[in-house]
Design a binder for this molecule. Structure first.
Ligand code: SAH
Length: 382
């Protein structure tokens, strides 16, 4: 807000204009200054230019048949393309945001990883995804949650572990979010599980998070626990995140408990080993008191063996109890990939073994897979 005040004063305007502009953007999701009737008419053009540059051009919108999931394809000012996915659940609306154009992590089973990295997204580009999604919700364009969306049953599309079953807290705190019979009227949960590795764009991502949690009209006034940052395991970034004063929900994409396989699945594992990544996740729990999530894409005959479930359980329990939740997801298909999802019985056995060791484990559904909008399927292209 201080920077906004300085910017309006630089224009020769009084400080209260910064608050007005902020309210339009963060509380009403308005970006067209012609609609800001409390601003002097002759200043709207300049304010538009200085404060509301055109950040995201909607190229395409795909929606699932029942309309409760929408995937957006956005073009950025320089032509780069990114996607975000909006999902309505019974009592929350989750937006899966991108933090980079493409991704430099090169994980072979992920469509984004196969694209390579074009550039980091700016804080404003990250925030704008949420504001635009809020406009879409306010316009009534995201359908109501289907009645079959049972409370506590899976409810787990990409990123839903921000308040996965057993967390027990998110369902009870709407944190001032307006709700109706069809759920919240705006994005209530944000997951950094779209394109990119958020911890590789640390500063801009954290600035976006500050805009999400800042009280209105400084920011969107969201709860940090409803924001999930997911990483392949950039250990210094995880430790830095733990030391921030914002206790977001943390998720580690582990996918294999042993280095031999993880080296192959997550190239950056050659730099930070599985045990170091798990240690950093445990440290995140210790510092913040927030239970962390382990993501595990179950790939047939690759990482879905019972012995790997045992090894994973052993490694997690060796650190402590009650600090972690495992969120396996059957692999979503990606173009040109030789891998397929585990058989349901194999996935069930994997889950059962973890649960037998006292580790809360829930399989994620693959919300959005029919519009290539599920985990690992985002590969923005015209
Ligand atoms: N780079 C971060 C953020 C992206 S999150 C990270 O990797 O955590 C996207 C999530 O989807 C990650 O957990 C990722 O491992 C997972 N994922 C990638 N490809 C997938 C696929 N084909 N099927 C299911 N999940 C996948």
């Amino acid at each position: 807000m201080d920077e906004r005040i300085a910017a309006v004063e630089e224009m020769g305007l009084p400080a209260f204009r910064a608050k007005q502009i902020s309210t339009h953007y963060f509380s009403h999701y308005v970006t067209d200054t012609e609609a800001m009737t409390d601003l002097p008419k002759d200043l709207r053009g300049e304010i538009q230019q200085r404060f509301f540059p055109h950040l995201l051009t909607e190229v395409r919108r795909l929606r699932t048949e029942n309309g409760d999931t929408i995937k957006f394809l956005w073009r950025l000012f320089d032509g780069a393309l990114v996607e975000s996915v909006l999902m309505r659940y019974r009592n929350r609306v989750t937006l899966c945001v991108s933090s980079q154009c493409g991704c430099g992590m090169n994980c072979p089973f992920c469509a984004t990883g196969q694209q390579g990295l074009t550039r980091n997204m700016s804080t404003a580009e990250i925030v704008e995804q949420v504001v635009r999604a809020n406009q879409v919700i306010a316009a009534g364009e995201l359908a109501e949650a289907p009645t079959s969306d049972m409370p506590g049953a899976g409810e787990t599309a990409l990123g839903a572990e921000a308040d996965g079953p057993g967390d027990g807290e998110a369902a009870n705190d709407e944190e001032g979010t307006a709700t109706s019979a069809s759920g919240p009227e705006r994005v209530s949960n944000i997951v950094f599980m779209g394109m990119g590795e958020p911890l590789a764009n640390y500063k801009r991502v954290m600035n976006a998070v500050r805009r999400f949690v800042g009280p209105a009209p400084e920011g969107l006034g969201m709860s940090p626990r409803r924001i999930t940052i997911s990483t392949v395991g950039l250990v210094p970034g995880i430790n830095k995140l733990a030391a921030e004063d914002i206790p977001v929900t943390f998720a580690l994409s582990l996918h294999a408990p042993d280095d031999e396989l993880r080296d192959e699945m997550i190239p950056v594992n050659t730099r930070w080993k599985a045990d170091e990544a798990i240690d950093a996740a445990y440290n995140y729990f210790q510092v913040t008191g927030r239970r962390v999530s382990i993501e595990y894409a179950l790939i047939k005959d690759m990482n879905d063996h019972a012995w790997r479930a045992e090894l994973l359980a052993q490694k997690l329990n060796a650190r402590g109890r009650g600090w972690v939740h495992v969120n396996p997801i059957p692999l979503n298909p990606t173009p040109g990939s030789v891998w397929t999802a585990s058989e349901p019985e194999v996935a069930d056995e994997f889950v059962r073994r973890l649960i037998d060791h006292g580790i809360p484990t829930t399989i994620r559904d693959t919300r959005g897979s029919d519009i290539d909008g599920a985990c690992g399927q985002l590969a923005a292209a015209d």
